[in-house]
Design a protein around this ligand. Structure first.
Ligand code: ATP
Ligand code: MG
Length: 440
């Protein structure tokens, strides 16, 4: 294991209220096991990650997060960190909104915290999905055809010319109201739904994008995780393949495998170079079989939830690389561990229930210890409590959802009288929801 400056604590920050975010736990374990004191800002003191033995302190995120509120909280935390007057702490954002807020608060946090050299404009250029489409166009990077309608009629016409079904996305999904029923990414199958979605733009808080749907399929989804250090080098970076996702076929990684993909690797590194990017990133690609081109679908300017997949045999991952680099230590070479898998237990179980028969051939290679070949997102022998807490929270969440669905089903079977006419109740939303900002 490389030698870390263990005097420098780390504060993980996640403003997204999703309690099932396994990346936060991965970061706590990665840094905690390296002997670094880890604190976290999360949605609630009962969040499963709070049970980790590697967390030394937990702080609840501001109720109405804003850059100013976050700065105030982080300065209060810094005052309480041991030795903070002499030593700034490392900040690790775990979702897009946090990464953007931290880039904005950078001047106020200077001297108290260590952050990569990122400006809010640089991050918005890739995190905002409308700007990402523009960035790809400017750099001639393959990206699904994207349209930005300015009226409901135009949205319907654009969806028609893209070909139904289309992908509908909000350019800044982090502005979506929690519990408002809007999702970051949706497959839309009819022009009526496109119009309905467009009408909800004011509620969404950002622009609606319509995008050509690239067909899903086995082995088509890839991701790249990297850390670009202060000199612009990206020695810690690797490509992986989504073997299972949830929702099945489109969504977050439920099972991922470290797999070499020189084309994706080169595209990602060239893009990072062209942008002058610094810090951690997580990029999603999908192969368009008809053209053989890998399309960049998403650029997350922070560690992806499954970043621990790319922990090499010395334990080096993007979060550790950031700690080493920003504390002035040398970042050693990242040694590939092809074939290593990450399994996100809760989402993998759902994906398995949805399509139990999918099989993958094992990657040929030298026999390595299980710990090097496999990582569970929640279960860890040295840190059992978060997995049990997640299971409890997940079961009660599933039960609540199940009861709600049952109530809806029972209601829809009961004929309703509306102004003297008997009519069946609407079956609810018809869109196929993909990306989750609500857990199940
Ligand atoms: N144009 C497209 N064609 C087909 N599938 C798509 C397309 N765009 C997105 N997807 C699917 O939807 C998923 C989520 O989309 P996207 O990554 O843009 O949303 P996100 O909210 O930023 O996701 P994350 O929370 O993972 O950052 C992708 O991983 C992919 O599986
Ligand atoms: Mg994203």
């Amino acid at each position: 294991m490389p030698s870390f400056d263990s005097r420098v604590p780390a504060v993980l920050v996640r403003l997204d209220p999703n309690p099932f975010h396994h990346g936060t736990l991965g970061a706590a374990r990665s840094l905690g096991r390296a002997g670094i004191a880890v604190h976290a800002v999360v949605e609630s003191p009962s969040s499963p990650v709070v049970r980790s033995r590697y967390l030394q302190g937990t702080h609840v995120r501001p109720a109405e997060p804003s850059p100013a509120e976050l700065t105030r909280l982080l300065l209060r935390i810094a005052d309480r960190l041991p030795g903070s007057s002499a030593q700034p702490a490392l900040l690790v954002p775990l979702d897009d909104i946090t990464a953007l807020f931290l880039a904005e608060c950078r001047p106020e946090l200077a001297g108290r915290y260590l952050l990569p050299d990122q400006s809010p404009e640089q991050l918005t250029r890739v995190a905002d999905k409308a700007q990402l489409a523009e960035t790809c166009r400017a750099l001639s990077l393959p990206h699904p055809r994207t349209e930005l309608p300015t009226s409901a009629d135009e949205a319907a016409a654009m969806a028609w010319s893209l070909g139904l079904p289309v992908i509908a996305k909000w350019s800044r999904p982090w502005l979506l109201p929690v519990g408002g029923g809007l999702r970051s990414t949706t497959i839309v199958g009819s022009l009526g739904e496109v119009r309905e979605l467009y009408a909800r733009s004011p509620q969404a808080g950002s622009r609606l994008l319509l995008q050509e749907l690239l067909p899903a399929g086995r082995d088509l989804d890839w991701f790249f995780h990297g850390y670009v250090d202060s000199t612009g080098g990206c020695s810690t970076g690797a490509t992986g393949r989504k073997e299972r996702s949830w929702p099945d076929g489109a969504g977050l990684t439920a099972v991922g495998r470290w797999t070499a993909n020189p084309m994706v690797d080169t595209m990602a590194r060239e893009l990072l170079g062209a942008l002058g990017y610094r810090g951690v990133c997580d990029l999603d690609f999908r192969l368009d079989r008809s053209t053989g081109a890998y399309h960049l679908l998403d650029f997350n300017p922070r560690p992806g939830a499954q970043f621990r997949l790319f922990a090499d045999r010395d334990g080096l991952d993007v979060v550790r690389a950031m700690h080493l680099d920003l504390t002035g230590r040398e970042v050693p070479a990242h040694s590939p561990s092809y074939g290593r898998r990450i399994v996100v237990e809760n989402y993998a179980a759902l994906s398995f229930l949805a399509s139990p028969r999918r099989r993958y051939t094992p990657e040929p290679g030298v026999a390595r210890p299980l710990a090097e070949r496999f990582e569970a997102a929640w279960f860890a022998v040295d840190d059992l409590a978060p997995a049990f807490a997640m299971l409890r929270a997940w079961l009660s969440h599933a039960l609540r959802k199940g009861l709600l669905a049952l109530r809806r089903a029972l209601r829809s079977r009961t004929p309703r009288r509306v102004a003297g006419v008997t009519s069946p109740r609407s079956a609810g939303t018809r869109s196929d929801q993909m990306t989750q900002h609500e857990p199940l």
